[in-house]
Design a protein around this ligand. Structure first.
Ligand SMILES: [Zn+2]
Ligand SMILES: [Zn+2]
Ligand SMILES: [Zn+2]
Ligand SMILES: [Zn+2]
Length: 386
């Protein structure tokens, strides 16, 4: 067992740095539920998040570097004002502070001592708000982890979970969700748009349906190595930067080319329920000029350049990670999947083609069990017809 005092809590830019001894759990790994609710997804950009509790509120000098956002009557979330990393949550109801599981890592001094570090920082205790995902999200892949059967709850699960191991959403139902979401939707329409929006709506985008056949230069981008030309490629990244930017250990990205994303906040002509036309939509500007003032009018975007060529863009009001851009791949944007508002569910599978099992920077992953579960995703999806 590793003591939590050998950990520290940090954000992507390093402005936040808190001793791990603030964690309520004395040891790692910490067993905690993964929340799949709409708020958590839309406010972070990921598909599920865990919130290990703290003993006390974070220190005042740390809180002064954070922006707070009240995502509901009871929940206030805190993200780094400079880099957008979601760090802490306070609950009025439980009067408790928690951090985002993904910001816990080995402290520099523990690392310098060569102390061992566990394969998992947080282990999944149970899943809650599973039905918010509609398609099950990643839950069908995480029903059994290292021999543990993981309880699944339709909405909020009781804490602690019942002693007898019972829960209200049968695993068979969870396994049926991906197929159900796939078969209940109408056929993909050419020229349609997928809304992508942070929790507060300060950044609202429209994603054009992919049509790779019409692209003149297929060599341009990894987007085009797909079996379905009407979808964009989606995958996970486990690198330290993605983890700290969002607060989650596995970060889902969709690769979208520059001509596919529009600024919905600047397109006032869109009426409720009306299908937008590309002629009256304003393109999203990204890349080196994205930080210029007024380049994306109406969008409450803020940008953090972690290097001269690497930009993380988030909502300045709610802190949702929206997209990531780097100069090495200038012609595509990594769009955070958690902000997509697809009718078929959290994984937006009528718009995205998932590269099942693909995870960039797996060697940096701090949640071994969920990573290994992702590696089995292709097989499980084939078995359940999802
Ligand atoms: Zn920061
Ligand atoms: Zn939640
Ligand atoms: Zn927002
Ligand atoms: Zn990454």
């Amino acid at each position: 067992m590793t003591s939590t005092s050998s950990a520290h809590l940090t954000c992507l830019c390093g402005a936040v740095s808190v001793f791990g001894a603030i964690l309520a759990a004395p040891e790692l790994p910490i067993y905690k539920e993964t929340c799949h609710c709409n708020s958590c997804r839309h406010v972070t950009g990921v598909l599920g998040a865990s919130f290990p509790p703290l003993k006390t509120a974070p220190p005042q000098d740390t809180l002064s570097k954070l922006t707070c956002y009240k995502s509901s009557q009871y929940i206030t979330r805190y993200f780094c004002s400079k880099c957008g990393s979601h760090c802490f949550v306070s609950s009025l109801r439980s009067k408790r502070w928690s951090c985002l599981g993904g910001i816990i890592e080995q402290s520099p001094s523990s690392k310098a001592d060569g102390a061992p570090w566990p394969k998992d920082v947080v282990k999944v205790w149970y899943h809650d708000f599973v039905l918010d995902t509609l398609d099950g999200g990643l839950v069908p892949l995480q029903l059994s982890l290292d021999g543990r059967s993981i309880p699944t709850w339709e909405a909020e699960g009781p804490e602690p979970p019942p002693q007898d191991g019972s829960f209200d959403l049968p695993h068979a139902t969870v396994l049926s969700l991906p197929k159900k979401s796939k078969t209940t939707l109408p056929q993909a329409k050419k020229g349609s748009f997928l809304p992508a929006k942070c929790h507060c709506g300060g950044v609202s985008l429209l994603i054009k349906r992919a049509s790779h056949a019409s692209t003149s230069n297929p060599e341009d981008s990894r987007c085009y190595s797909l079996s379905d030309p009407t979808k964009y490629l989606a995958y996970f990244c486990a690198c330290r930067s993605c983890r700290l930017a969002t607060g989650a250990s596995l970060v889902p990205w969709a690769l979208v080319p520059p001509d596919g994303i529009f600024n919905a906040n600047a397109s006032t002509s869109i009426n409720q329920g009306e299908q937008p036309s590309e002629d009256n939509l304003k393109s999203l500007i990204f890349g080196y000029s994205t930080s210029d003032s007024d380049v994306n009018p109406g969008l409450m975007l803020k940008h953090y350049w972690s290097s001269p060529d690497t930009c993380w863009s988030f909502c300045s009001k709610c802190g949702a990670t929206m997209f990531y851009w780097c100069g090495r791949r200038p012609k595509e944007l990594d769009l955070a999947v958690g902000i997509l508002r697809s009718e078929d569910g959290s994984m937006a599978r009528s718009w995205l083609e998932w590269d099942w099992g693909r995870c960039s920077f797996a060697e940096e992953c701090v949640d071994g069990e969920t990573y290994e579960a992702w590696l089995t995703s292709r097989k499980i999806m084939e078995e359940i017809g999802g």
